[in-house]
Design a protein around this ligand. Structure first.
Ligand SMILES: [Zn+2]
Length: 544
């Protein structure tokens, strides 16, 4: 679009351009929906604080591509297409994974999710890694709908039935065919009646149930929204005649399809602010979707209702809710007596907002998240912490702010489902500025806290037991939503019970993982000690 190189499989410079363009498009989708900048690109003065994500279009020979946290990079492989069954490829043709939109978008999403929720790489239940995979597929899938030519062609071909298996709803088609499987790598469609079952453990397979659920919700909403167009076009019968559809009708349907897809993608990304910091379950994602969308568009429930129904059809239920009505799926309000989040940090908050407002005036709108680190604070003062249990992590947050937030968590530990006696890690903080479609400016503060018990490391296969809480506050610091995964030493009867149930479930997950892995009895001692931690190795997960 900006006079780049023409598409060419044989020009390695085009390969680089392709990877860069799709990566940036994916990052921009996150930035817009989240109302703050992900800064994976490492621009401006922030370049020194977080290293730039590195992209290697021709990293290795092999039918694979993966994100590596250790290398802070995405590595794309290349391989020869299957000689016997190459699909639409030439037998033995070199296939570059860096030329696949879906592979690039999927891997970039892994990197983004890892930045937003670093503890989602710990398999504390069967949904955690499956969520990583499913979410990465969702972003790749819904980005398909932003290419108008593809979309119009598809709608003409399928006569507006979006559930027809075509490249639009398939993922990594070339990769799938080139590896000799005779089909695309994955699809957004599931067979009618497919349910999430306990023995579906492989992360991509389990994740595809999540993809099918979100796509189902999208499809219902899309069909409702084009129904009037179809009726107008058919004189009220709703039955399309045979032959090609009128190009004007195709254009209008494509517009609706792409608008709805963009709203679903925004809704999914925005839901991240409403996810717990640890131990995510598919049901948590549904609650986060509903809450995030309700906050922005309270009077417009059709998409939320469709999502709830699509999740229900696939047997994805949140735990601890009394019904599937919208109001019981919204995350709960905090217990009375939880202090406002800005009480200890009120001056710092004023700084954040003041500078954000200034940037409106000077015209150069910058993401407010850029102001969590004040210009006077040098990058070396970026918050780095070593937990008493030796865990190192770092945050895009100045140290003073982080100390104050840790104090807040300590004082309110019981209400947050945490142990007042244990050290609390601040795992994230940012202000969010969003403009709702009705023009309303929504200001929120999102903070994440976590605690860990690493004495259970060995028993849990190399990861600690963690509890955590996400706190969503309005601009004045009043806590509006509290999303908790209680720690097992938390006080309070109900909280303690939930926490112990979580620990029992995590132990059960380890047992099931061991039982279903034929290698378990033969693992050398050191491999056995980290077998659950090792599940999150994407280079192993994406073996082609
Ligand atoms: Zn993946």
């Amino acid at each position: 679009m900006q006079n780049g190189l023409d598409p060419s499989e044989s020009d390695p410079r085009f390969h680089q351009q392709m990877v860069y363009a799709v990566t940036m498009k994916t990052i921009e989708n996150f930035d817009r929906a989240l109302g703050h900048s992900m800064r994976l690109a490492g621009v401006g003065r922030r370049a020194t604080t977080y290293p730039r994500l590195r992209l290697f279009p021709h990293a290795f020979y092999g039918a694979n591509a993966f994100y590596s946290r250790e290398l802070n990079a995405i590595l794309f492989g290349y391989f020869l297409a299957d000689a016997a069954n190459p699909g639409p490829n030439l037998p033995g043709q070199t296939v570059f994974t860096c030329l696949s939109h879906d592979v690039i978008a999927h891997e970039t999403t892994h990197a983004l999710v890892d930045r937003l929720r670093p503890l989602f790489l710990e398999a504390s239940n069967e949904d955690v890694l499956a969520f990583h995979e499913g979410f990465a597929d969702l972003v790749a899938l819904f980005q398909h709908f932003s290419y108008p030519d593809v979309l119009r062609q598809h709608i003409q071909q399928t006569r507006s039935d979006i559930r027809t298996p075509t490249p639009l709803v398939e993922l990594a088609r070339q990769f799938g065919y080139a590896t000799g499987t005779g089909k695309a790598l994955r699809s957004a469609l599931d067979a009618p009646g497919t349910k999430l079952s306990d023995d579906l453990l492989e992360p991509h397979d389990r994740g595809s149930v999540l993809v099918a659920a979100v796509f189902g919700g999208y499809d219902t909403t899309y069909r409702n929204r084009i129904y009037d167009l179809i009726r107008i076009a058919t004189g009220g019968t709703g039955q399309l005649p045979s032959g090609d559809l009128h190009p004007d009708l195709v254009n209008r349907i494509a517009l609706e399809a792409s608008r709805t897809a963009q709203r679903v993608l925004d809704m999914c990304v925005r839901a991240f602010d409403y996810l717990p910091p640890v131990d995510v379950e598919f049901g948590d994602f549904l609650r986060a979707l509903v809450t995030a969308d309700y906050e922005l568009l309270p009077a417009d429930p059709d998409l939320r209702d469709a999502m709830i129904e699509a999740f229900r059809l696939r047997g994805i239920y949140p735990s601890g809710v009394t019904s599937l009505a919208e109001e019981s799926l919204l995350w709960p309000a905090p217990p009375a007596g939880l202090a406002p989040i800005g009480a200890e940090v009120v001056n710092l908050l004023q700084d954040v907002f003041f500078q954000a407002i200034q940037s409106f005036e000077t015209g150069g709108w910058q993401s407010p998240a850029d102001f969590t680190l004040r210009p006077s604070v040098s990058p070396e003062r970026q918050y780095q912490s070593t937990d008493e249990q030796g865990e190192e992590y770092r945050l895009d947050l100045n140290a003073e702010f982080a100390t104050q937030l840790a104090l807040y968590a300590q004082r309110n530990a019981a209400a947050l489902g945490l142990d007042p006696g244990a050290r609390t890690q601040v795992r994230g903080f940012h202000p969010v500025f969003r403009v709702a479609p009705n023009g309303r400016l929504l200001i929120e503060l999102v903070a994440q806290f976590a605690q860990q018990d690493s004495s259970l490391h060995q028993e849990l296969g190399g990861i600690p037991f963690r509890g955590g809480a996400t706190v969503i506050a309005s601009g004045d610091g009043t806590v509006r939503y509290l999303i908790t995964k209680p720690f097992h030493r938390a006080a309070g009867d109900a909280t303690g019970e939930r926490a112990r149930a979580r620990l029992a479930r995590q132990r059960g997950f380890v047992a099931t993982a061991d039982m279903t892995n034929p290698k378990t009895p033969y693992m050398p001692r050191d491999e056995y000690a980290t077998r659950i931690a090792a599940m999150a190795d994407f280079s192993a997960l994406h073996g082609g």
